[in-house]
Design a protein around this ligand. Structure first.
Ligand SMILES: Nc1nc2c(ncn2[C@@H]2O[C@H](COP(=O)(O)OP(=O)(O)OP(=O)(O)O)[C@@H](O)[C@H]2O)c(=O)[nH]1
Ligand SMILES: [Mg+2]
Length: 458
């Protein structure tokens, strides 16, 4: 187990060249360590300054006395800081050499290099945030979509923790009734039993609501995997480029241009798609292309939505029919492209319920309509994310599922009139599972697994 008493330090900005970089110190000795190497322009020592102030001066090498950089130093005294400890943040010039030199100076002056996630872990261990909020920090860093970021911010604000606490209150009241009844069996249990059942039902509803949110919003948070598939040369790569607004994929008049899958993120009025351009289908002897085609079907299988592109100027070919049959059960949009060409061919399409959109990618026609149809196909009636608690991590989802199972077992144990001690056991264990989410119940092992996912400096 790592020592929580040490003063820790790390570079908190990404490595590389930038305007500025920030090096953080946190712990009891933060201010005294910084004052050994930082010389304020005014000559005053850092140990005498107020909390939440910024100071201008130089970092110097304590041995040689050589100036290392001109910096700004922020002082945040415990407990009003991210970690609840004394925190120093040095903003220096943003270069890899200067930042590591300053970090090494701090380490020589008595600090220890922070482990990944250790600043956030301290914020948790010192009670400033709970575990769900600590995990929100990493979700914010990793968010790839607007929705993902919004969910993570709500989690950091404590919305998920509040919901969990409310559910726990219900269970804990039910549990205390049962325990009272175990202790004083002569009391009239009738009224109490109704209250217990209502509270457990309401807790179970709370758990189910959070779980439902996990499944409903997952694609929105992570970006909806969307595969563009079709015969060669129909304009798949051109479509990817026009949707992303950049020349991401190579387009040529020759069939078989795209050999491997190209992925791009796009945003259609707030909806994020992970768009895949695939190799076009064509019956072939070429092995490389065959592999590409296998990948096309695999991508189509994995995708939540497929965009099937057909060439409006050509009659349906076996490849088109193959693709249409393969994707019968998928959520799909059929795009008939190249409508700018004169020789449009009628098609006997078995599109089922799939919407058909006519486009000319080169002329930019039908693209807005296609975006609207994609949006409707994915969202159906759903309009957007309501503000609230959203479960967006597997650890939380598993804990909720386990808590839900225990609540159901409780209801079943009441129905079977099992001993009260057994009923109480189910409630207690559902409380424990919920406690894992906020970190009330936790082990060093869980903590290590969570915080190891962080980067150094966070
Ligand atoms: N006239 C016309 N030509 C188009 C349209 N869209 C694409 N093209 C042309 O069709 C050719 C093939 O386009 P790509 O985007 O490379 O087609 P693809 O489906 O990715 O082809 P593969 O990667 O070989 O499977 C290029 O010459 C495009 O300029 C369109 O709407 N109208
Ligand atoms: Mg292509």
């Amino acid at each position: 187990m790592i020592n929580q008493e040490d003063t820790i330090s790390a570079i908190v900005t990404p490595s590389g060249i930038g305007g500025i970089s920030v090096i953080r110190l946190s712990g009891k000795e933060a201010i005294s360590i910084a004052s050994k190497v930082f010389h304020k322009k005014s000559g005053k020592s850092l140990t005498d300054v107020e909390s939440h102030t910024i100071h201008y001066g130089y970092i110097t090498d304590p041995v040689s006395g050589k100036k290392l950089d001109e910096v700004l130093v922020s002082v945040m005294k415990a407990p009003r800081s991210f970690t609840c400890e004394d925190v120093i943040e040095v903003s220096c010039h943003g270069g890899p050499l200067i930042t590591t030199t300053i970090l090494e100076t701090f380490l020589r002056a008595g600090a220890r290099l922070a482990e990944p996630g250790e600043f956030t872990k301290r914020a948790f261990l010192n009670g400033r945030i709970d575990l769900a909020q600590a995990e929100a920090v990493i979700e914010i860093i990793r968010a790839k979509t607007e929705e993902g970021l919004r969910c993570a911010l709500w989690q950091l604000e404590g919305k998920l923790s509040n919901d969990i606490n409310k559910i726990q209150e219900d269970i804990s009241t039910a549990l205390s009734h049962i325990e009272a009844y175990i202790d004083f069996p002569e009391e009239d249990a009738g009224v109490v039993m109704t209250d217990i059942e209502e509270r457990v039902k309401s807790a179970l509803e709370g758990v189910d609501r959070l779980l439902e949110g996990y499944f409903r919003w997952r694609p929105l948070r992570e970006g909806i995997l969307t595969a563009i598939i079709g015969r060669t040369n129909v304009g798949k790569s051109s479509l990817l480029n026009v949707l992303t607004g950049e020349e991401r994929a190579i387009v040529t008049p020759h069939p078989g241009t795209t050999r491997d899958i190209i992925e791009s993120m796009i945003n259609i009025s707030g909806l994020s798609l992970r768009l895949l351009d695939t190799a076009g289908l064509r019956m072939t002897e070429d092995l490389a292309e065959e592999e590409g085609i296998k990948r096309m079907y695999r991508a189509a299988e994995m995708a939540e939505l497929v965009l099937i592109v057909l060439d409006g100027s050509e009659a349906l070919k076996t490849e088109d029919i193959d693709i249409l049959t393969h994707t019968k059960n998928k959520k799909r949009v059929i795009v008939i492209n190249k409508i700018d060409l004169d020789n449009q061919k009628e098609k006997e399409l078995d599109a089922g319920y799939s919407p058909i959109v006519y486009t000319s990618v080169v002329k930019g026609e039908g693209i807005e309509e296609l975006k609207n149809v994609i949006r409707q196909t994915i969202l159906g009636k759903v309009t957007g994310l309501d503000e609230g608690a959203v479960v967006n991590n597997i650890r939380h989802k598993t804990a909720l599922e386990n808590a839900g199972k225990e609540l159901e077992s409780f209801i079943e144990s009441v129905r079977q009139e099992l001993p009260l001690e057994i009923q109480a056991l189910h409630l207690r264990s559902s409380m424990n599972f919920l406690g894992e989410i906020t970190g009330v119940v936790t082990t060093e092992d869980i903590l290590d697994r969570i915080f190891n996912e962080f980067c150094i400096g966070k």
